[in-house]
Write a protein that binds this ligand. Structure first.
Ligand SMILES: Cc1cc2nc3c(=O)[nH]c(=O)nc-3n(C[C@H](O)[C@H](O)[C@H](O)COP(=O)(O)OP(=O)(O)OC[C@H]3O[C@@H](n4cnc5c(N)ncnc54)[C@H](O)[C@@H]3O)c2cc1C
Length: 386
């Protein structure tokens, strides 16, 4: 098939394009690249890591017995991705997927184009906008009111959080809110007022509930909602609960759940969603491949997938499974050729008799003389991309 474009544009070609650099997307990319696929991760934010990047203590991921912060966790993952030559493009928010023949064409908000026979949607969730924040707190967003607890705020605004009695408010009863409460309460001079719509034990893991209930710098207001917020000098200064209690606070952190924000552009790209905006896959869209969406060749993994468990390791597992689904898909489409070319071929210094001979194990060998000025025992030959 001949594809005509109105003007010449550069299109970056891959075997797999992963949209979203959270746990699902990064696991998919590492698995694809380790199996000799040319893979790119397109990430809307300035760095990969998704929701869990803001976690202060991930304790349930296997391999980290002492727990790990989200920032440290994603450092290990991006190092691993770099090892396998995964291309990670940050500040690249995807807004459209189109199908032409056997290929998907992806357009980012900044106009960049990408092309691949297969795509994995791993766009995760966004913090749920709270009506009280929309109504009363909007003007204080980033001025004492935050969705989540950005690490930069803790670093740069600590003295402001400690002001007066050092009271801060925290909305939500999930594990992420529990981790944030413990982190905040560990900062000298800060008292956390947790506002919980129901009771703490309903959603939060037991190990967190126990620590929170016994913490002397955490107060819990269960079956409570914030109904008003006051502020002065362009910074929030107090919250009012529905039982009339007023608490002076220096900041409000909201962990009130998450929603699939990517719903609109996914729908416009022909991907079927459930009523809440999560992506339907497998049997729900009559595909034999468990993670395939309603668009042939487009797969989905992680929190954005309908029916998925919202956990880091589940997301990473689904990302890896998506690559098995892609192998099956490619098996049904032998006409699709791979774009993978090893960028660097390791040259061994001595096993071959002649320069540029192919060794029995498939590696290319060269004698040292033909590769001056390299002097190391093993050396690398860079090949041009494409
Ligand atoms: C603060 C916090 C703490 C948590 N702690 C734990 C924990 O301790 N243990 C646990 O198991 N789970 C925890 N979770 C839940 C866990 O983070 C998620 O289940 C997991 O991250 C889901 O991974 P994901 O890859 O599906 O989505 P995400 O991690 O949300 O990643 C999605 C990525 O896609 C990007 N994206 C979105 N739209 C686009 C677009 N249009 N173009 C390009 N990129 C896009 C986003 O910027 C994001 O980086 C926590 C969540 C939060 C918020």
């Amino acid at each position: 098939m001949i594809v005509k474009f109105k003007k010449f544009i550069k299109i970056n070609k891959y075997d797999v394009i992963v949209i979203g650099g959270g746990a699902a997307g990064m696991a998919a990319a590492v698995n694809a690249a380790s199996e000799k696929m040319k893979v790119a991760v397109l990430e809307a934010k300035p760095q990969p890591g998704g929701g869990a990047r803001e976690s202060w203590a991930i304790e349930n991921v296997i391999g980290f017995p002492k727990g790990v912060t989200g920032v440290e966790f994603y450092k290990t993952i991006t190092d691993q991705a770099a090892k396998f030559d995964v291309h990670i493009q940050t500040n690249c928010a995807v807004k459209k997927i189109e199908t032409i023949g056997n290929h998907k064409f992806i357009t980012a908000e900044n106009g960049e184009k990408f092309m691949a026979p297969t795509v994995i949607v791993a766009t995760g969730l966004e913090p749920k906008p709270l009506p009280v924040i929309e109504k009363f707190l909007e003007k204080f967003i980033d001025k004492g009111v935050y969705y989540g607890m950005p690490p930069e705020v803790i670093k740069t605004k600590t003295s402001r959080l400690r002001a007066n009695e050092g009271n801060v408010a925290l909305i939500g009863a999930g594990n992420s809110s529990g981790q944030a409460a413990l982190k905040l309460a560990s900062i000298k001079g800060i008292t956390v007022n947790m506002v919980v719509r129901g009771v703490l034990d309903t959603v939060m893991s037991h190990y967190l509930v126990a620590q929170i209930r016994s913490h002397k710098h955490i107060k819990i207001f269960e079956k409570s909602n914030i109904v008003d917020v006051k502020g002065k000098d362009d910074w929030c200064s107090a919250i009012k609960l529905d039982n009339g209690t007023e608490i002076p606070v220096n900041a409000v952190f909201s962990y009130a759940g998450a929603v699939p924000e990517a719903a609109e552009w996914l729908k416009a790209s022909g991907i079927n969603l459930d009523e809440q905006g999560f992506v339907k896959t497998g049997k729900e869209v009559n595909s034999e491949l468990k993670l395939e969406t309603s668009v042939h060749g487009v797969f989905c993994a992680g929190d954005i997938r309908s029916g998925s468990d919202k956990r880091i390791q589940v997301a990473a597992g689904e990302g890896s499974s998506a690559i098995s689904n892609i192998h099956a898909y490619m098996g049904n489409h032998p006409e699709i050729k791979s774009y993978y070319t090893p960028k660097q071929i390791q040259l061994k210094s001595n096993p071959c008799k002649y320069a540029w001979q192919k060794a029995a194990d498939g590696s290319i060998c060269g004698d040292r003389a033909s590769l001056s000025p390299q002097t190391s025992k093993d050396f690398m030959l860079s090949l041009p991309d494409d």
